[in-house]
Design a protein around this ligand. Structure first.
Ligand code: DC
Length: 234
């Protein structure tokens, strides 16, 4: 057992429910939540701010070496010490993050940081390569999936709540583009780890998906207390 508990790895495509589920599961277990996608997005924001477009490998190498990406005590993503959680939500930052995440040096630097943060356990990490590359020895691996249209609808609601309306078909196209690149890239593609448990969230409510992951975590932790039921009460 690691110092602070088990490692829970949650991977899956865009809009499968990773972030919201990982956050709530971490809260319920008193674990740290590490949103690795936010780190790729923060780097994309840095690149966009500095370069406004073009980015050759040498320049990316320089930028990733200098990048100060981390989290505040309350879990907010920080770029050069400043909370950028709002800026990284923009759709073009998501697309740029997906593009830049194909670069091996960018991945190496961010993966190193993720391992450093998560190594003592007691953490829920979510992303694309957590169970396969970042922590292949994670005690619990979840692969979240959901129907593509449902994922686009979820994203649309999220953006609406942020005050930006994006038509459903536009979001569906963006999701398809990102999924394709994330799945087909040469290094650390989005792929289900052999020992991952697949959770299809298409027909699950948010509470339902949290409950399912907590049940699996509970089985790994060997706790008798019914965390899942406690969650539903909150
Ligand atoms: O989880 P997200 O949608 O915020 O991630 C944004 C992009 O970052 C995603 O399209 C691919 C990349 N990413 C990655 O390559 N590996 C991760 N572990 C997390 C995200």
């Amino acid at each position: 057992m690691r110092k602070n508990g088990i490692i829970i790895a949650i991977d899956g495509p865009v809009g499968s429910g990773k972030s919201s589920t990982a956050k709530r599961v971490a809260e319920r277990l008193g674990f740290l939540h590490l949103n690795t996608g936010a780190m790729y997005r923060a780097f994309a924001l840095l690149v966009r701010r500095r370069d406004h477009g073009g980015h050759d490998p040498e320049r990316l190498h320089q930028l990733i070496s200098e990048a100060q990406i981390g989290f505040s005590d309350t879990g907010k993503i920080l770029l050069d010490g400043v909370d950028v959680s709002r800026e990284i939500q923009e759709p073009d930052i998501a697309l740029l993050a997906s593009e830049l995440s194909t670069n091996p040096e960018v991945r190496a630097k961010l993966v190193e940081k993720q391992r450093e943060i998560g190594k003592d356990g007691g953490v829920v990490l979510e992303g694309r390569d957590i169970g396969t590359v970042v922590f292949p020895d994670a005690e619990l691996k979840i692969f979240l999936v959901a129907d593509q249209l449902v994922r686009a609808e979820r994203r649309m609601l999220e953006y609406d709540n942020l005050g930006t309306h994006i038509p459903l078909n536009e979001l569906a196209n963006q999701i398809a583009e990102r999924d394709k690149r994330d799945r087909e890239r040469a290094i650390s593609p989005l792929v289900q780890a052999e020992d991952a448990v697949v959770v299809d969230t298409t027909n699950l409510t948010f509470e339902g998906q949290v409950k399912r992951v907590l049940e699996l975590a509970q089985a790994r932790l060997g706790i008798t207390q019914d965390l899942a039921l406690t969650t539903l009460a909150h």
